[in-house]
Design a binder for this molecule. Structure first.
Ligand SMILES: O=C[C@H](O)COP(=O)(O)O
Length: 309
């Protein structure tokens, strides 16, 4: 939709209220036993299994893709009463140069390839190159593109320019889904997070995502709460249900459960499905698999048995 700054520019977030609400979420639901295993399986289905390292290789990406196709050991899948091969991650997320390797490794298994683009993580390259990077990733087979926004435009409250840039990125994505990374750890205030969320949504983001994983502070519950409220407000305004992706620093099964509770409490059950909820993580799956193994066998396996992701 066109930029409508009047719809958000006067909103100011009450930081201590947001922090209090976020802190209270943990006590709202206690998910135990079989329910916990079911929630953890759902968390796996929402993971964008990620590798975004300078030393990534095609071989590492191929191993990650093998894990994305079969994220849970077959004996655990069977013990949970699930169809063999039915549990997969939400996507695999890589740098643009690794998209061909991921596409080849995933074949037609149904797991989409997500690519970061637009000068990830800082986004400080000319717009023309940022758009060309999106076009390259899409032509190489990525069906989801994680773009980064220009943080400086948020500090200047230059909503027009921010909206124009993200709209151009949306159009370069073509049919690919676009996730807009706000890099909230660099936005200074929750009010900035709310405003940037609204601009990204108005410019056509299918998802808004907290972080690149490279900021010194990545996904937090208060930031996520504010972004969920923006998704709610944007839905009221436009009728469009955008998705949410916390990313960066999510490493434990407990983290996955906390964010699922947030989604259920703030946006409802539809936002606990991979269509509207993803978790960007490079090292969360191992702990979830360990917890599921514990819930099935009553024993914890050694962490090194879950070497990948
Ligand atoms: O988008 C995903 C993030 O880059 C992953 O961050 P992480 O390595 O802290 O899990």
């Amino acid at each position: 939709m066109p930029l409508d700054a009047d719809a958000f520019a006067r909103v100011a977030v009450n930081t201590s209220a947001a922090e209090r609400r976020a802190a209270s979420l943990g006590g709202r639901r206690s998910v135990k036993k079989a329910w916990q295993a079911a929630w953890l399986v759902r968390a796996i289905q929402c993971i964008d299994l990620t590798t975004l390292a300078g030393d990534d290789t095609e071989a590492r990406v191929a191993r990650l893709c093998a894990k994305a196709r079969n994220p849970l050991r077959p004996d655990l899948v069977e013990a949970l009463g699930l169809e063999p091969g039915s549990v997969k991650t939400g996507a695999v997320c890589v740098y643009p140069a690794m998209v061909p390797a991921a596409v080849a490794a995933l074949g037609d298994c149904g797991v989409p390839v997500a690519s970061v683009a637009t000068g990830f993580p800082a986004g400080l390259v000319p717009l023309k190159q940022r758009l060309a990077e999106i076009e390259y990733a899409v032509s190489a087979g990525a069906s989801e593109i994680d773009i980064v926004i220009s943080r400086s435009l948020v500090f200047k409250a230059d909503w027009r320019q921010l909206h124009d840039e993200i709209t151009a990125m949306r159009s370069a994505c073509g049919k690919a889904h676009m996730k807009a990374i706000l890099a909230t750890g660099e936005l200074a205030t929750l009010t900035n997070v709310y405003h940037a969320s609204m601009v990204a949504l108005m410019a056509g983001a299918d998802f808004i995502k907290t972080s690149t994983g490279k900021e010194s502070v990545n996904a937090t519950l208060p930031v996520s709460l504010v972004m969920c409220r923006a998704i709610r407000d944007y839905r009221r305004l436009s009728g469009f249900s955008a998705g949410f992706k916390p990313a960066g620093g999510l490493k434990t099964a407990k983290d996955a459960l906390s964010w699922l509770v947030l989604m259920k409490e703030e946006l409802g059950t539809d936002w606990t499905e991979p269509e509207r909820f993803r978790i960007g993580a490079s090292s969360l799956l191992a702990d979830i698999e360990r917890q599921i193994e514990h819930s099935v066998t009553g024993r914890y396996s050694a962490a090194e048995r879950h070497a990948m992701a």
